[in-house]
Design a protein around this ligand. Structure first.
Ligand code: PEP
Ligand code: MG
Length: 572
């Protein structure tokens, strides 16, 4: 028996047989030299590959909740194909080499920035190039071997397209050596309930095919060839875990109210209309965060009428429930092709509200117009501002909204405006934001807040172990800021990933949260946990211990213990 410790990337427990999987690097299969070719044949190969790639991307759509990745990949595939066609015509080289050259050109551009952020996006670029190459090199019909079905997959790394194909084989779990907990593979694994652990020290040759493996992705453990007693213990654990999860799903349709009658809203995070529609049927008490910027990630921004249509439809799905639309959070990890941003440190640069105020005419005003038009007939819409770091940004935005509303002859007096708290300066000065009298609610974006409090890039796997939203420093800042927000009559919500963690519910309730905006797959778990909790009790018992911890392990232990004591523990 050998136990590996790693990063839990998608929760769950599984016991199955292992199968090693090595990805084929299609870029290595491209010939170095291929002159004197028939240009029209090579051009038609690229066009055919583009059609094939689009078909595969469409297939992905039906099983992938994060549609924006599919859109982004589609955009990159088209751009590579377009430039490769030009190269075939001008240089008279074969289609595969043209695709590889375009890929290399962009990969080099991204690498030369030296930023981990761009290194992360290079993965998407490679996936797009390989989608085209798969067809050109005759690999598109390649079936993954059936021996992978029902197995735990052990791999160095995995691309998102391969992962989609593996999902169809009903795989039981995933262990990789590299990757990040915020990677697309991890997100898709979470949406599909596939336990996944990333083990940087993984030695793949230890795993013989068909050896028995336990993945305990609640605690980040991978156990190879467990002894009898470990196996027995985990058989019971796994059965209890999945049974409990099934039973808890029904709580999604109940109210989230504590045993002493404190009620909170369990809202959902969505990224497009399809998700919004789905979320409206899964027990969400509204939308707490619509990441509208994904509509902007293509060759040009959406039109006013397109945006209005999305806002109106989402508002109708949820009728009288709140729908919080976030103004587009462009920049940082979400660049758009029509704004050229050469920044050494994009997370600290022109992003969110800073960028919107810089590009008022082209981006912000059309967005506000669309929002106001929809608001006229759907007053359950609320507006949230991303990446706010100064009070002046709120004042400037309010002025812009008022001027636009006046021009459009729309009454905006009941419009509820909120600020995302993602930057420490905003968390610290929250009372000053409240004093403007212009905002009604705050939504803590703990994903970014964590990276700024801990000075750790949320997309960089090398520092992935430091990135932890349960770090006591993050929780202390939340405690300080949320109490000031509540004193100043601001409604407090959390829309970062922290709200989706069962472990975090007791501490968030004790800090006075009124709204938890979560992934729709965990609505049942979150409501179940709230319903089993007494507010008075958590307030007394949880913060003293948790906020006095020196590290996130101590926080986790304290929270685990609390949930176990109350008989609520589910996710380890
Ligand atoms: C956050 O930062 O917590 C957040 C919800 O925004 P995003 O993850 O889209 O940056
Ligand atoms: Mg954010």
């Amino acid at each position: 028996m050998k136990t590996y410790h790693g990063l839990p990337a998608s929760p769950g427990i599984t016991i199955a047989r292992a199968r090693k999987y090595a990805r084929v690097n299609l870029l290595n299969l491209v010939p170095e030299d291929c002159a004197s070719i028939d240009v029209s044949v090579e051009a038609s190969r690229i066009n055919h590959a583009l059609m094939e790639a689009k078909r595969r991307l469409e297939n992905m759509r039906s099983i992938y909740a994060e549609k924006e990745l599919v859109d982004a990949l589609g955009y990159i595939v088209e751009s590579i194909a377009q430039e490769a066609l030009e190269l075939v015509n001008s240089e008279r080289i074969c289609s595969s080499l043209a695709v590889k050259r375009i890929y290399e050109k962009y990969a080099e551009m991204l690498r030369s920035t030296g930023s981990q952020l761009f290194a992360f996006r290079e993965v998407d670029l490679r996936v797009a190039a390989e989608l085209l190459l798969g067809s050109i090199l005759g690999e598109s019909g390649r079936q993954l071997p059936m021996e992978l079905a029902d197995k735990v997959i052990i791999s160095e790394e995995l691309g998102i397209t391969e992962f989609f194909e593996l999902l169809k084989l009903n795989i039981k779990g995933l262990v990789t050596r590299s990757g990040g907990v915020t990677s697309h593979v991890a997100i898709v694994a979470r949406c599909n309930g596939i336990p996944y652990v990333i083990v940087p020290q993984l030695n793949i040759s230890d795993f013989a095919d068909d050896s028995r493996v336990i993945i305990d992705a609640l605690n980040g453990l991978v156990i190879l060839e467990p002894d009898d007693s470990t196996l027995k213990t985990y058989e019971v654990k796994a059965e209890n875990y999945w049974k409990a999860l099934e039973q808890i799903a029904k709580y999604a349709y109940e109210k989230a109210v504590t045993t002493d009658e404190y009620s909170v809203k369990v809202l959902c995070n969505v990224g497009n209309l399809e998700e919004a529609r789905l979320a409206s049927t899964l027990g969400c008490d509204g939308v707490g965060l619509f990441r509208i910027e994904f509509l902007y990630m293509r060759d040009k921004p959406p039109t006013v009428s397109e945006l209005r249509d999305v806002f109106e439809k989402t508002a109708s799905f949820f009728e009288n429930k709140p729908v919080v639309i976030r103004a587009p959070d462009i920049g940082g990890d979400k660049p758009v092709p029509y704004i050229s941003m050469k920044e050494n440190n994009p997370f600290m640069g022109l992003r969110g509200i800073r960028l919107l105020l810089e590009y008022k005419e082209d981006l912000f005003i059309p967005f506000i117009e669309a929002f106001l038009e929809a608001f006229k007939s759907h007053n359950n819409l609320k507006l949230l501002l991303p990446m706010v770091s100064r009070v002046s940004e709120v004042l400037e935005t309010v002025k812009l909204i008022e001027e636009t509303a006046k021009k459009m002859n729309i009454d905006d007096s009941n419009l509820e405006l909120g600020v995302m708290v993602e930057v420490p300066s905003t968390a610290i000065l929250i009372d000053k934001f409240a004093e403007t009298g212009k905002i009604r609610f705050v939504s803590y974006g703990t994903n970014d807040l964590t990276q700024y409090v801990l000075a750790v890039d949320r997309t960089n796997p090398k520092v992935g172990v430091i990135y932890d939203d349960l770090d006591p420093s993050v929780l202390r800042l939340l405690s300080f800021s949320m109490s000031k927000a509540a004193e100043n009559n601001l409604e407090v919500e959390v829309c970062g990933e922290l709200a989706s963690r069962q472990l975090a519910i007791p501490i968030l309730l004790s800090l006075g949260v009124k709204g938890l905006s979560v992934n729709y797959s965990v609505v049942g778990v979150v409501k179940y946990t709230v319903r089993g909790t007494s507010l008075e009790e958590v307030k007394k018992q949880v913060p003293p211990q948790v906020l006095n911890s020196s590290n996130s392990q101590e926080v986790r232990e304290a929270l685990k213990q609390y949930l176990s004591l109350k008989g609520l523990a589910l996710l380890g």
